[in-house]
Design a protein around this ligand. Structure first.
Ligand SMILES: Cc1cc2nc3c(=O)[nH]c(=O)nc-3n(C[C@H](O)[C@H](O)[C@H](O)COP(=O)(O)OP(=O)(O)OC[C@H]3O[C@@H](n4cnc5c(N)ncnc54)[C@H](O)[C@@H]3O)c2cc1C
Length: 414
């Protein structure tokens, strides 16, 4: 039986950053990865996906973006290349092609079954990602069988879709990007819009992520956020990363010819029913966007930047057609594909340690798993700060958790 001090499961950016932090502290460890380094970006993302965070923000411990397009948006293949280089740079001891089947508590730590082997470790870091499975609403069961259904994990390009109309359910980062791409392939697209976070791509000449970082919003700590559960379940911002850095809001999509409808509720006898509250949903998203822009303007003034930046301005509210349909008959032949862009969830089904709540979420305090000393989780939304949701957030998160892990091992030794 192989014995090591720590096992990191998953060689995405979070697992690799943790490996770097453990190496810095001379903590003996291995990284187990079922595929190759950056497996999610190789196998679970569609090829035209571009990060919605700008290149300059793709930084990890010991690595800053050094390319010639800091304001651009990296395609999925670029993320694979970046993480592959990073794994080499930090000398991460990754064992590829090793799937972890169970993690159990054992005397002095944990027992890990991976492929045919059994390992023992005093600490385990779960870095298997927050987006391993699509989150699909119950209404999906009522989609007529004649309709092709896809999720962002199975979507590759519009060529795999049958001819005909497409209903994209969900208008956050994934939904708006895929709605635009499928529309450009010549298929009529209907986009069902629930609660969303509207943000412009750029404001006063700077990328919105510059503002989110500069104003301190991304650095807000998990233990200082009033409604943490809500913050952890907020949809991704309605943003796309395009070479032209365009804003992809609902007005843009409507102008392209995409039909906007309300949140999908039930599907009864093949008829999809949409919420009549679309105008309110959009007004609320506008309100929250303007609240953030107010904060940005106040910050700019307080920082003495008003002379450097273009003047403040506001964006047109989202226009909702009062004749927006509330129903769509999925048996009429008008729609041939439903794409569920309704979010993602993690997969910790192989974790045999009783640390999940009744909704299946791991209970943790900023990544330190509750009730299982030596067990840590990374990569969950707002794990320690609002930045934890993004690649660059792993730097501070892994620093804190590696520090905790180091103290845990030291206290055990004493
Ligand atoms: C569509 C989409 C777009 C995103 N866009 C951005 C963006 O623009 N900017 C940004 O900063 N973030 C973005 N994110 C969020 C986040 O950065 C990514 O989800 C990122 O991949 C998470 O990194 P991770 O290391 O936590 O997990 P992952 O990259 O998912 O890595 C987890 C690894 O664990 C491995 N694994 C899983 N289970 C096992 C097992 N049982 N045994 C062994 N190995 C296992 C997987 O193969 C995988 O390699 C996006 C996410 C999605 C889904």
């Amino acid at each position: 039986m192989l014995q090591t001090t720590a096992v990191v499961i998953g060689a995405g950016h979070a697992g690799l950053a943790m490996s770097r932090r453990l190496t810095e502290r001379s903590i003996d460890h291995i990284v187990l990865e079922r595929g190759e380094v950056a497996n999610s970006w190789r196998t679970q993302r569609w090829p035209t996906l571009r990060l919605l965070t700008p290149n300059w923000q793709t930084r990890l411990p010991g690595h800053d973006y050094a390319g010639d397009d800091p304001d651009g948006f990296m395609p999925a293949a670029g993320v694979v290349a970046t993480l592959t280089r990073y794994a080499r740079l930090v000398g991460a001891p990754v064992r590829t092609g090793v799937t972890v089947h169970t993690v159990r508590a054992a005397p002095e730590g944990f027992q890990i079954r991976a492929n045919g082997d059994v390992l023992r470790a005093r600490a385990v870091v779960l870095a298997t990602g927050a987006c391993s499975r699509p989150a699909i609403p119950g209404a999906a069961d009522a989609v007529p069988p004649s309709i092709t259904t896809l999720t962002p994990l199975s979507y590759r390009d519009p060529g795999q879709l049958p001819n005909g109309g497409v209903l994209v359910v969900g208008a956050s980062a994934t939904g708006v990007q895929l709605a635009g791409e499928i529309h450009r392939s010549g298929r009529p697209v209907t986009l069902a819009v629930g609660e969303h976070v509207r943000l412009p791509r750029t404001y006063r000449g700077r990328d919105i992520f510059w503002w989110l970082e500069a104003t301190g919003l991304l650095a807000e700590r998990y233990d200082q956020i009033d409604d943490l559960t809500r913050a952890r379940h907020l949809p991704s911002p309605q943003l796309t990363g395009t070479p032209e850095a365009i804003t992809t809001d609902l007005n843009t999509l409507t102008a392209l010819g995409i039909r906007i409808v309300g949140r999908l509720g039930r599907i009864t006898h093949g008829v999809a029913q949409f919420s009549g509250a679309l105008a309110n949903t959009c007004a609320l998203a506008d309100l929250k966007m303007n609240r953030f822009l107010n904060r940005a303007d106040e910050w700019a003034t307080a920082s003495g930047l008003d002379d450097e930046l273009p003047p403040p301005h506001r964006f047109a509210p989202i226009r909702v057609d009062p004749r927006t349909p509330l129903e769509l008959d999925l048996t009429s032949g008008e729609i041939t594909t439903v794409l569920w862009a309704t979010g993602f969830r993690p997969d910790h089904s192989w974790l045999d340690v009783p640390v999940c709540d009744r909704n299946g979420h791991i209970r943790h305090d900023g990544g330190v798993v509750t009730g299982a000393p030596g067990l840590y989780v990374l990569g969950m939304p707002v794990l320690r700060t609002r930045a934890s949701t993004y690649i660059h957030g792993a730097g501070a998160d892994t620093e804190a958790l590696a520090g905790h892990l180091h103290s845990f091992l030291s206290s055990r030794r004493r």
